[in-house]
Design a protein around this ligand. Structure first.
Ligand code: GSH
Length: 229
C-alpha cells in the first residue's frame, strides 16, 4: 500500500464519518470511501478499531486513525498545505474543543434518545436540545467575531463537529414537529447552518433529510425491538 494512500471506512448516514469527509475536502485530499455494512462488521473495521469497533476509521498508508474528532485534528496536522481547521490561538482552540466535547457527550446523545422514546416523552428532550442551541448561539457570537463560521472566514473545527449533526437536527425537527434552529431565537446559527451546508467542502456530501429520516425510522424500529446492550 502506498504511503500516502488514504482510505475512509464509513457509512453515508453517520455524522461522525461526515466530519472526516469534510476535513479531507477542506484539505483537497483524495481518498477512497469504503462503505462499511456494519452487520456484520468487516474484518477491516474490527482490525482497524479493535477498541470501539466504530466508524469512521481513516487509514493513511497502513496506519488506522480512529475517533472522528481525533481524525479531523490528524487531517489538519498531516496536510498542512490546505487551510487550517483548528484555530491558531491556543485559547480559541481550547474553546472549539470544549464545545466539541459538549456536543458529543451531552447534546447529541439527547438527540439520539429522541429516536427511541414515545411521542409524549419527546418535548422535554427537545427543550434540553433547545437550551443547548441557545448556548451554542452565544458561543457562535464570541467565536465567529462577526464572520460566517465559528472558525472565522472559513470552516473550522467546531463548524465541522457541529455542522455534521445538522442532517440529524433536521430529522429531529421533522419527527417532533418542533424547531431547534429558529430565526427568532437563534438567528446567527440559522445563517451559519445555511453557509455551512452551501460550502464547497460540504455540498454534495451532506445526506438529504428525507433519506436520513427514512433511515432513522428503520433504526428506531430495530432499537425498540432489540435495544443496544
Ligand atoms: N465517538 C465516535 C467518533 O466520534 O468517531 C462515535 C462514532 C460512532 O458512534 N459511530 C457509529 C458506529 O460505528 C456510527 S454513526 N456504531 C457502531 C456501533 O456502535 O457498534
Amino acid at each position: 500500500m502506498a504511503k500516502n494512500d488514504v482510505k475512509l471506512l464509513g457509512a453515508w448516514p453517520s455524522p461522525y464519518v461526515l466530519r472526516a469527509r469534510v476535513a479531507l475536502n477542506i484539505k483537497s485530499v483524495k481518498y477512497e470511501f469504503l462503505e462499511e455494512t456494519m452487520a456484520p462488521k468487516s474484518e477491516l473495521l474490527l482490525q482497524s478499531n479493535p477498541v470501539y469497533k466504530k466508524i469512521p476509521v481513516l487509514i493513511h498508508g497502513d496506519k488506522p486513525i480512529c475517533e472522528s474528532q481525533v481524525i479531523v485534528q490528524y487531517i489538519d496536522e498531516a496536510w498542512t498545505s490546505g487551510p487550517s481547521i483548528l484555530p491558531s490561538d491556543p485559547c480559541d482552540r481550547a474553546i472549539h474543543r470544549f464545545w466539541a466535547v459538549y456536543l458529543d457527550e451531552t447534546w447529541f446523545p439527547t438527540m439520539k434518545s429522541l429516536l427511541v422514546v414515545q411521542a409524549e416523552e419527546r418535548k422535554p428532550l427537545m427543550d434540553q436540545l433547545s437550551e443547548g442551541i441557545v448556548l451554542l448561539e452565544e458561543a457562535f457570537g464570541k467565536c465567529s467575531k462577526g464572520k460566517a463560521f465559528f472558525g472565522g472566514d472559513g470552516i473550522g473545527f467546531l463548524d465541522i463537529v457541529f455542522g455534521c449533526f445538522l442532517g440529524w437536527l433536521r430529522v429531529s425537527e421533522k419527527i417532533t414537529g418542533l424547531k431547534l434552529l429558529d430565526e427568532a431565537k437563534t438567528p446567527k446559527l440559522v445563517k451559519w447552518a445555511e453557509s455551512f451546508c452551501a460550502d464547497a467542502a460540504v455540498k454534495g456530501i451532506m445526506p438529504e433529510t428525507d433519506k436520513l429520516l427514512e433511515f432513522a425510522r428503520v433504526l428506531a424500529a430495530k432499537r425498540r425491538e432489540a435495544p443496544p446492550k
